[in-house]
Design a protein around this ligand. Structure first.
Ligand code: PRT
Length: 108
């Protein structure tokens, strides 16, 4: 199976279907059973681990932690009923808009 933008779409489908699984057989179901605060905390932990890997870890560790962040972000979005398409549309909207210019308009 190749890696592409479809990877995230497939992961979104997998997460949606695993949410209803038995918590003792699915990490996704287990996280959802523990609730939104636990999912959010887990995402925060993985983000911190990514920062640490970027500053003092190997390239391989950074890749692994980045994958953990994306996975846990996708679990959080699913728990909040936010579609990946909505996030991608927001990124599309920002395409070609200078980040500096947008920051200035937000602060105006
Ligand atoms: N991509 C992932 C993925 N990335 C990371 N993880 C899990 O995320 C956890 C990472 O947390 P830690 O490293 O802190 O490990 P931990 O100490 O076990 O976690 P906690 O006890 O603190 O919650 C590990 O248990 C990993 O197995 C993932 N679990 C699942 N997926 C995808 O989700 C699909 C469905 O998984 P299940 O729901 O388990 O069937 C899988 O087929 C994969 O495609």
């Amino acid at each position: 199976m190749s890696s592409s933008p479809d990877t995230l779409a497939r992961l979104e489908q997998t997460i949606a279907s695993r949410r209803a699984a038995a918590p003792d057989q699915s990490y996704v179901a287990q996280l959802n059973a523990r609730g939104l605060p636990v999912i959010a905390r887990k995402l925060g932990e993985e983000a911190v681990e990514t920062v640490i890997a970027a500053l003092s870890g190997s390239r391989e560790e950074l890749v692994g932690e980045a994958a953990d962040v994306i996975f846990h972000l996708m679990v959080l979005l699913a728990a909040k009923d936010v579609a990946l398409a909505d996030v991608l549309a927001e990124l599309d909207r920002r395409e070609g808009v200078s980040g500096i210019a947008e920051k200035a308009s937000r602060n105006a």
